[in-house]
Design a protein around this ligand. Structure first.
Ligand code: NZQ
Ligand code: ZN
Length: 388
């Protein structure tokens, strides 16, 4: 491994069937005013909302509710939450939901005490917070993003047709996250498999880069193998605790910065996927699934050795009698077969993309340098066409 880095992760995790027992303990460390953020109602249906409210009340907290955080949270909703948090002198933001609620809560945490346009400051200009940051805690109900243990926050601005992620530092990570795999049992199949592909994509974005022998790549291979194995169980039986718990843990490690250490990373699939999201508001993991195969086939020859290694070490392709190109192609075929098996979206058309959107999506796609090839705008358009 040739890179240099600093590693720390400040999020305390509570994992397992009794993880929620950790909440009361954590709440002792914060003041009275708790902003309870959640989505469109799944936590009320599942009964989790009642449990959380009971714990907050028995801990003597004053609850300020902020429901209706949508999938792919918007800049308008961010402004609403920041105002509410400021006006109520919030001491802790408790996010109960998936990546959207968790991302949103982080964005509110840095915006409540910022005097200005938070979208412009944090997402367009990528400035770092210099104001007071409200601590965030998370109770995770949907697996995929890794938001429970990272500084990522992705916000969509529909009027500007931009979806942008800001990866904040340690001071914005959730202070604690509660991970009970059983909470994910009620996630609809479409969302569940989108989450599985999101995890796979996070690992591939960090794996397909660099030429040195790097411990991070071996960790990535182990995580991918675990995901593939457990996802095959979970699609058939979503209530299989063991499979769902493996996947929950894999998702966290896929994007809590560990496997990026000591190497460069790609993230171009996410850049294209986010721009597709800005135009379609499609489910995040599905936007990645729709463009990944075309993207990887496009850059395969630039990182041939790693693609060949992916085939052998992740998918068990037999290397005997095959050259690197044949192996690399076989690896991407195996990826494609797994995607079909778990049932993700295989084309942009299915997400509502039309040829009229190509230019706008390409304009909204940041072109990054960390992977095997820096794309041009024209290449983004080619990949979009190939993904239809
Ligand atoms: O709103 P509710 O009613 O809760 O329904 C949600 C939502 O409709 C539902 N859901 C969640 N948990 C459920 C459930 N339904 C039934 N039972 C449960 N237990 O699932 C739907 C999707 O939820 P969402 O939070 O949007 O999904 P996800 O966790 O995939 O988050 C997506 C967002 O995270 C961003 C994405 O761009 C997107 O905006 N990302 C964040 C990252 C990060 N922080 O590092 C990285 C990722 O690459 C990603 O970009
Ligand atoms: Zn993602």
């Amino acid at each position: 491994m040739l890179g240099e880095f600093v590693y720390s992760n400040p999020t305390r995790l509570y994992f397992g069937k009794n993880a929620l027992d950790g909440l009361a303990k954590e709440l002792n460390g914060y003041g009275k005013n708790i902003l309870l953020t959640y989505g469109g109602g799944s936590i009320k249906k599942s009964g989790l909302y009642d449990k959380i409210v009971a714990i907050l009340k028995s801990s003597g907290k004053n609850i300020i509710e902020l429901p209706g955080v949508m999938a792919n949270p918007t800049s308008e909703k961010l402004a609403e939450g920041a105002k509410l948090a400021r006006e109520n002198n919030v001491d802790l933001i408790l996010a109960v939901g998936g990546g959207s609620v968790c991302d949103y809560s982080k964005a509110v945490s840095v915006s409540a005490h910022y005097d200005g346009d938070a979208w412009d400051h944090y997402f367009l200009k990528m400035e770092e917070p210099s104001c007071e940051i409200i601590p965030v805690g998370c109770v995770l109900t949907m697996v995929g993003t890794g938001s429970e243990m990272n500084g990522g926050s992705v916000i969509t601005n529909h009027s500007q047709k931009l979806k942008i992620g800001h990866v904040f530092g340690d001071n914005v990570y959730p202070k604690f996250s509660i991970l009970n795999p059983e909470y994910t049992f009620t996630v609809p199949q479409y969302q569940m498999v989108a989450g599985f592909f999101d995890i796979m994509s996070h690992i591939m974005e960090q794996y397909f880069s660099g030429d040195d022998d790097n411990t991070s790549d071996y960790l990535a291979e182990g995580l991918m193998k675990s995901l593939v194995s457990s996802s095959r169980v979970a699609v058939k039986n979503p209530h299989d605790y063991e499979a769902r718990s493996n996947i929950m843990w894999t998702a966290t490690w896929a994007l809590n910065t560990l496997i990026a250490k000591g190497k460069s990373t790609d993230w171009e699939v996410h850049m294209i996927g986010q721009s597709v999201g800005a135009y379609t508001d499609a489910t995040h993991g599905m936007t990645l699934a729709a463009v990944s195969l075309a993207y990887y086939r496009h850059i395969m020859k630039d990182g041939l050795k790693k693609f060949a290694r992916f085939a052998v070490n992740v998918w068990g392709v037999n290397p005997d009698g095959r050259n690197d190109t044949e192996l690399a192609e076989a690896g991407l075929k195996a990826l494609e077969a797994w995607m079909k098996e778990i049932g993700v979206v295989m084309s942009l058309k299915e997400l509502g993309v039309t040829p009229e959107m190509y230019d706008g999506i390409a304009d909204g796609t940041f072109l990054l340098e960390g992977g095997y090839r820096k794309l041009t705008r024209d290449e983004v358009i080619e990949i979009l066409k190939e993904s239809m």
